[in-house]
Design a protein around this ligand. Structure first.
Ligand SMILES: [Mn+2]
Length: 463
């Protein structure tokens, strides 16, 4: 998951949630928490960030239960949910997780979920080097990688709804009901909470903005972005769901049958990364939808580096996985991915035959439909990406035309009709969806013709 920009906590009334429902903690039976935590201690003088890329000393100091601020909009507290919501299996995959963060994740689920909704918590140990069993609710070891671990957990789940949760989280008040309600109303919805920020330094719980959704650029780099202004203006009720083109991927709720029907995950993806794009494209294009629910909040420790060992290196794994997503789902638009990530061209990505067969079987819509209906804003980003990524700027001096190497590898001739009269112009090629050069922009002098070109660029979200 990526770093989510946080905002200063709003001046809400300090509603905290002390441990409640003692009977839930009995689920943990005779679990010896003290012994478990004491079983792996930091060595004196050890760098507290070394092993987990967050401040382990702070995490250990906090204990397994703590009160956190209720970061929801105040109107969320008065939303009603059905009394007969279906139960869920909470699937937590972890890889070399610190014991204190993992335990806090589990206990926050037990403390802040209605007992009737949590049928089980399934812990999947994703090949950790700390092999001591937690002997908690249900625990399995898995072949390496987040993606395969999730599939393992989903296959083991006995409840009709799956809740995937990261292993360094703290769920907030009533986090589960809004998500299960939406899935109950329409089983094709895949929903996620607003992901609050737990500081990796001092473990402060910070409210994230409620105006963000998941987006990406053509290199398939995930980013949080503002909801488009028209949608924001149309939101009369802050408790309503936010449609999102992609989910961050670490925390979401989905019906189990729908998860299986849509083909679970692409298990030929390695370790970590890119699976959220593959899942998001698949959900949208094959008849479902993705939402962020503002009345559900889950805190997550956002880290700056991975604790995973990537056998092939972090970047190569990401490229292989995203290349698989692009090849299977992006149709002719995959060329933008390759132009934004030229190094992906030669990278082996394995066979995608099974996944393309799945796409045919499910009769999924083309990526063009996704672009037009789910993420039209990506087109705007597109021109910008190309120009920045490929430096097709060129000084024009006194020649009328100039041939440059285009991102597609083909030579492109830039003409400068608007440039007549200027001594020095910088020309920028901007390309449309089919790599046709659609304009040439000029600086620093803006003749009337140049201004037209400038406006045209503006139309494409460039400049
Ligand atoms: Mn995480």
């Amino acid at each position: 998951m990526n770093v989510r920009p946080s905002v200063p906590p709003p001046p809400l009334h300090q509603v905290t949630h002390p441990p409640r429902a003692e009977q839930q903690l009995q689920l943990m039976g005779g679990f010896e928490e003290k012994a478990y935590l004491a079983g792996k201690q930091m060595k004196p003088g050890e760098d507290p960030y070394r092993e987990h890329a967050f401040n382990l000393q702070e995490s250990n100091r906090l204990g397994s239960e703590r009160a956190i601020r209720d970061t929801r909009h105040y109107r969320c507290a008065s939303v009603n949910y059905d009394a007969d919501l279906p139960p869920t299996s909470v699937i937590i995959t972890f890889h070399n997780e610190a014991r204190s963060t993992l335990l806090r994740t589990i206990k926050s689920v037990l403390m802040r979920s209605p007992a009737s909704l949590v049928q089980e918590i399934i812990l999947i140990d994703d090949f950790s080097s700390d092999r001591e069993s937690l002997s908690l609710i249900q625990m399995m070891r898995s072949p390496p990688g987040l993606i395969r671990s999730r599939v393992r957990g989903a296959n083991a789940a006995s409840a009709p709804v799956l809740t995937f949760l990261d292993s360094h989280c703290e769920v907030n008040a009533d986090w589960l009901q809004p998500m299960i309600q939406r899935v109950k109303e329409d089983h094709t919805r895949v929903v996620s909470p607003i992901i609050d920020v737990i500081s990796l330094d001092n473990f402060a719980y910070l409210a994230a903005s409620a105006d963000l959704r998941g987006g990406f650029d053509w290199s398939l780099h995930f980013k949080w972005e503002q909801i488009p202004i028209e949608q924001k203006m149309a939101r009369s009720d802050p408790t309503l769901p936010i449609r999102t083109p992609v989910i961050a991927g670490g925390i979401f709720v989905m019906e189990k049958n729908w998860f299986n029907h849509l083909g679970q995950y692409d298990t030929h993806m390695d370790i970590w990364g890119g699976e959220n794009f593959e899942l998001s494209f698949r959900v949208w294009m094959c008849g479902g939808s993705l939402e962020i629910l503002p009345c559900s909040r889950v805190g997550h420790v956002f880290r700056k580096r991975h604790p995973y060992d990537f056998p092939e290196g972090n970047a190569l794994t990401y490229i292989k996985n995203t290349r698989r997503a692009a090849e299977v789902w992006m149709d002719e638009y995959k060329q933008y991915y390759y132009s934004a990530r030229p190094s992906a061209q030669g990278k082996a990505y394995g066979s995608i035959a099974e996944r393309t067969a799945l796409r045919r079987k499910l009769n999924c819509k083309p990526f063009r439909w996704y672009m037009e209906n789910v993420y039209p804003e990506l087109r705007w980003a597109h021109a910008r990406t190309q120009v920045h990524a490929h430096r097709c700027t060129h000084k024009h001096k006194n020649t009328r035309t100039r041939t440059i190497k285009h991102i597609s590898g083909r030579p492109v001739t830039l003409t400068r009709p608007a440039c007549v009269g200027s001594d020095v112009c910088v020309c920028v090629c901007v390309c449309d969806a089919f790599f046709r050069v659609i304009s040439v922009c000029l600086f620093p002098r803006l003749s009337p013709a140049c201004i037209n070109t400038h406006n045209r660029n503006h139309l494409y979200g460039f400049l």
